[in-house]
Write a protein that binds this ligand. Structure first.
Ligand SMILES: *[C@@H]1O[C@H](CO)[C@@H](O)[C@H](O)[C@H]1NC(C)=O
Length: 417
């Protein structure tokens, strides 16, 4: 009796340890195996079947706290025949100015958006500013912190800043299935609509993206700036909670923000490379952003060409760790110099050059000949909530050049090298 108790205790312990190891291994193996299946991989990246706004009609924006007819729901057709659902959100100041007429407008999805009053207000104001809004993975136009975020876009200029947001293909009521090329085509469709139908010059347009939307926004800016015919530069870009690329995103993925599933695999670079060869959507944001900046930097001196990039991330973001913003920032800054900068050197430089704002986080700005790259890390804001915060409103106003930039120079060394 006495002997058997003694013997069983270590056995239980060993069994427990063994089953924990086996369980973890099984979890990792399943996760990795699922990642190689395109269907699960796409679900993991886009999460587009998770609607979040179940049983709610995106044609009724009042459900998400907008004034009656403040938002015009409409559809856009892509060159490859998909139908995208979109919202044109009037800033509150303009809404109040035209309230009586807006209340008389028909509600629901308008058959021809160019005939809507909201659209006319946008097209006919020579000072109107426009945000092209690219949301993150999962959900629809109306889910989570997106509606408050649309309202944050215009907080600094409620009489000027319009927002147009789309549900990408396969999201919400939009047709089709998401792919990397497809989402770029969706973004291009929105951009062409803004430039051609609404007739807004690119200098009055900014791109806003959050999470997956940052990859779409960078991809759009890159495509339009580097295309051989009729290249176009928008006024600026606001990137909230970006990721460097899908490969690095998967490597940094943590279950519930804590358990790094791929950490064991990262020790075997060949296995990691094998896994990466299965990834269909790469979204190489860090490289595309660098290419975009190199392209502008290489332009002829005296060109008007300018860029303005605002990178914002919260320290308590456990969906995408803010270290991704450091990487994106580094690739951007590195691309603006001929000699290049190592990640470590830039980090050391930042420690010295950044403005510390205590519980508000910190910010560092790099002015170059051609524009500005700015990284702002706030302490609080999680992954989604942050996009409705004043830091984002201010970043949008700066990207649209509403806020005068002189006097805000923080970097001692003007180009951060
Ligand atoms: C940084 O810039 C230099 C010089 O243009 C380039 O050779 C290098 O590949 C860049 N580094 C990264 C990580 O992109």
């Amino acid at each position: 009796m006495f002997l058997s108790t003694l013997a069983s205790k270590p056995t239980v312990m060993i069994r427990l340890i063994f089953s924990t190891i086996a369980g973890t291994f099984f979890l990792c193996a399943t996760f990795i195996a699922l990642l190689t299946v395109p269907f699960f991989q796409n679900q993991g990246i886009y999460l587009n079947s998770i609607r979040l706004t179940w049983f709610q009609d995106v044609a009724v924006p009042e459900q998400w706290g907008f004034m009656h007819n403040q938002v015009t729901p409409f559809t856009l057709q892509t060159p490859d025949g998909e139908i995208l659902h979109a919202w044109h959100i009037l800033p509150l100041g303009l809404y109040l100015l035209y309230e009586t007429e807006l209340l008389d407008e028909p509600s629901g999805i308008v058959p021809d958006v160019t005939k809507s009053l909201g659209f006319k207000i946008l097209r006919e104001d020579p000072e109107a500013l426009l945000v092209l809004y690219f949301h993150g993975a999962a959900g629809t136009l109306g889910s989570g912190w997106r509606p408050p975020s649309y309202r944050a876009m215009s907080a600094t200029s409620p009489n000027k800043i319009h927002t147009i947001a789309i549900d990408y293909r396969g999201f919400g009521a939009s047709t089709g299935r998401p792919t990397e090329e497809g989402l770029l085509l969706d973004a291009l469709t929105l951009a062409e609509f803004a430039l051609k139908d609404a007739n807004i010059p690119p200098s009055r347009i900014a791109i806003f993206g959050q999470s997956l939307g940052t990859a779409v926004g960078i991809s759009l800016a890159h495509h339009m700036a580097t295309r051989p015919t009729n290249p176009i530069l928008f006024s600026g870009m606001v990137l909230v909670a970006p990721f460097a690329d899908v490969e690095l995103l998967i490597a940094s993925y943590r279950v519930a923000g804590m358990i790094p599933l791929l950490d064991p695999l990262a020790r075997f670079p060949r296995l990691m490379a094998l896994l990466n060869s299965y990834i269909l959507s790469r979204w190489p944001s860090k490289d595309k952003l660098a290419e975009y900046l190199r392209h502008i930097e290489a332009g002829k001196r005296g060109d008007e060409a300018k860029y303005h990039i605002e990178i914002i991330h919260a320290e308590d973001d456990y969906d995408i760790p803010w270290s991704h913003s450091d990487k994106v920032f580094w690739h951007a800054v590195n691309a603006t110099s001929h000699v290049g900068t190592s990640f470590e050197d830039l980090e050391t430089y930042k420690l010295d050059a950044r403005r510390d704002m205590g519980a508000g986080g910190w910010v560092v700005e790099c002015f170059t000949q051609r524009g500005l790259v700015r990284e702002e890390i706030v302490k609080y804001g999680l992954h989604d909530r942050i996009m409705s915060y004043p830091v984002v409103s201010r970043a949008v106003s700066r990207a649209l050049r509403v806020e005068v930039l002189s006097g805000t120079v923080i970097a001692h060394d003007p180009d951060c090298h």
